[in-house]
Design a protein. Structure first.
Length: 194
């Protein structure tokens, strides 16, 4: 058996893509484990996008002079729905950020608007992210054509390394040597396997 000394991988900032799926929770668990083991900062990101099935959709209306007041009411309701949508994801991101902080990880969140894949890559580029962790919903066929594959886009366009977490991945806790030499004990880290 070959023994290799544990060395820190140069991941200083890890971006993890967040949504409300179970695979996103697995990606977050892996991100927290890696960030803790590597003493890296964690950035949680949810992209607010109209292609999200949970986002408010602007209804189609046909305007005439007599329906102007109705169009204004529809617009106001749409704007209120977007405010509620943004508040919902801000609350979710805050909850998950607090979870990371409670685990001992330096963490923060952002929720920019745009198309998910390009926006995640742009956030990674502008904030010097060194690793992106993203869940894969493993869409196939028409679902992939209609909704696209964010993880596929990020894998091919990210300015850094990408770890894709699959829905059937299992999370295991393993011990690794503590990075801080003042600590004498090992720490538990989440690792994934399929």
């Amino acid at each position: 058996m070959i023994s290799v000394p544990f060395q820190t991988v140069p991941f200083q900032t890890i971006l993890v893509a967040i949504d409300e799926s179970e695979v996103s929770n697995k990606a977050l668990a892996a991100a927290i484990g890696l960030a803790k083991a590597l003493d890296a900062k964690l950035m949680l990101v949810h992209v607010l996008t109209s292609s999200d099935p949970h986002s408010p959709q602007l209804p189609y209306t046909y305007s005439t002079p007599s329906t102007t007041h109705m169009d204004e009411a529809i617009r106001q309701q749409y704007e209120q729905d977007w405010i509620n949508y943004m508040a919902h994801y801000e609350s979710l991101l805050k909850q998950k950020t607090d979870q990371a902080i409670a685990a001992g990880v330096n963490a923060d969140f952002v929720h920019p608007g745009g198309f998910a894949g390009p926006t995640l890559c742009e956030v990674a580029r502008t904030t010097d992210v060194s690793l992106i962790i993203i869940g894969s919903h493993q869409r196939r066929g028409m679902a992939e054509i209609m909704l696209g594959s964010t993880s596929n886009y990020v894998t091919h366009h990210a300015p850094c390394s990408v770890l894709v977490v699959h829905p059937n991945a299992e999370i295991h806790q393993v011990s690794v040597p503590a990075q801080n030499t003042a600590q004498n004990s090992d720490q538990k880290v989440a690792l994934l396997s399929s």
